[in-house]
Design a protein around this ligand. Structure first.
Ligand SMILES: [Zn+2]
Ligand SMILES: [Zn+2]
Length: 101
């Protein structure tokens, strides 16, 4: 296993705890937890549910949707992590790709 250190941290920080995939349209709550927008929406039962309130899936903090912000920086970080992950494909698969070219 060579994936450790900053690279590993970048990977872990780019994964949604709800769907366990890379963030898609990431948002961050006022308590500092991040999710895909759609994951958080469906966890809260839709934006119109419960008077616009939601509870954070990680720490159960209750807040309004106004406390949830689009995380542009995290979106950029996630794209970088995705690209790094692609480049870090196992050697066998890399050789296969080279043969195709
Ligand atoms: Zn998600
Ligand atoms: Zn939270």
């Amino acid at each position: 296993m060579s994936s450790s250190g900053p690279f590993r941290q970048l990977q872990d920080g780019s994964v949604c705890p709800l769907c366990e995939a890379y963030f898609e349209d990431p948002v961050t709550t006022e308590c500092g937890h991040s999710y895909c927008r759609m994951c958080l929406l469906s966890h809260a039962g839709g934006k119109d549910n419960a008077g616009g309130q939601l509870s954070c899936p990680t720490c159960a903090r209750v807040m309004g949707w106004r406390a949830v912000t689009t995380d542009v920086r995290l979106g950029v970080t996630t794209r970088i992590a995705q690209r790094l992950n692609f480049q870090a494909l196992p050697p066998r698969r890399r050789r296969y790709q080279e043969q195709e070219i």
